[in-house]
Design a protein around this ligand. Structure first.
Ligand SMILES: O=C1O[C@H](COP(=O)(O)O)[C@@H](O)[C@H](O)[C@H]1O
Length: 245
């Protein structure tokens, strides 16, 4: 298990170089893996430029689109055309602009069912894709997991104080009452089940949370993550300020 304090930290000058570096990492990783690939996307605003770059040359021309499947680490429980939707952000920045087969896109359902039912449906979809009901640490679900870090230390939709933080076995849960809308999130066991994981972190507002992440601070949800594979942090200098200082 890899703790955040053991992550390889890459500090980039600004948003653009962070996105270039993250897109290069993901493309090289995807090309180095054989067969079917699973990538879990983060939402929010930080990864948007990385997603855009993947759909543009030179990354677009090198990426193994046909064998890559796209999942989400979390979703806001709103329709997919709502501006808050993590699916919508990825769809506009990447999915609609790259040659991705429709069957390779696995959004978290948000309409016509309860948050609990949506979490159950997504867990069933992940298990069907994985081909087993139980996680094998030797065989992670994902090849790459992209994560963000909230100012309050949340990652995916593992929010401070949420009961989701204590979920020992389930792969996906609903989170209600901790944000303006309900959330659906992968739990630690599922988020940790990846060959490689990368946090994308930008902006001065993230300085304190990044410092706590790098100290494995269990007081923030991200600080409790123990990745099964390699862990990387791509941070811009604004976010990394106190880490460098
Ligand atoms: O609410 C969320 O926030 C985090 C962090 O987003 P950012 O815009 O501050 O990078 C994100 O990773 C997560 O997917 C999202 O639902």
């Amino acid at each position: 298990m890899t703790k955040p304090s053991q992550a390889e930290l890459k500090i980039l000058l600004d948003d653009e170089t962070l996105a270039q570096s993250a897109a290069a990492w993901l493309t090289d990783l995807a090309r180095s893996r054989e067969g079917r690939l699973a990538i879990a996307l983060a939402g929010g605003s930080t990864p948007k430029r990385t997603y855009e770059l993947l759909a543009e040359p030179p990354f677009r021309d090198k990426f193994p689109w046909s064998r890559t499947h796209w999942f989400w680490g979390d979703e806001r429980f709103v329709p997919h055309d709502d501006p808050r939707s993590n699916y919508l952000m990825a769809q506009k920045a990447l999915l609609s602009r790259a040659p991705i087969p429709h069957v390779n896109i696995h959004p978290i359902p948000t309409v016509g069912l309860s948050p609990q039912a949506a979490a159950g449906a997504y867990e069933a979809e992940l298990k069907s894709f994985y081909g087993a009901q139980e996680l094998d640490p030797q065989r992670p679900i994902f090849d790459a997991m992209i994560l963000g870090l909230g100012d309050n230390g949340h990652t995916a939709s593992l929010m401070p104080g949420a009961s989701a933080l204590e979920e020992p076995r389930g792969w996906v849960v609903a989170v209600e009452g901790v944000a303006s809308e309900a959330r659906i999130t992968l739990t630690y066991p599922a988020l940790e089940s990846s060959f490689e994981t990368a946090f994308l972190i930008a902006g001065a507002g993230k300085r304190s949370a990044l410092k706590r992440l790098r100290a494995d601070d269990a007081g923030i949800p991200a600080g409790r993550l123990r990745a099964e594979g390699a862990l990387r942090i791509f941070a811009d200098v604004e976010a990394a300020g106190t880490v460098l200082g």
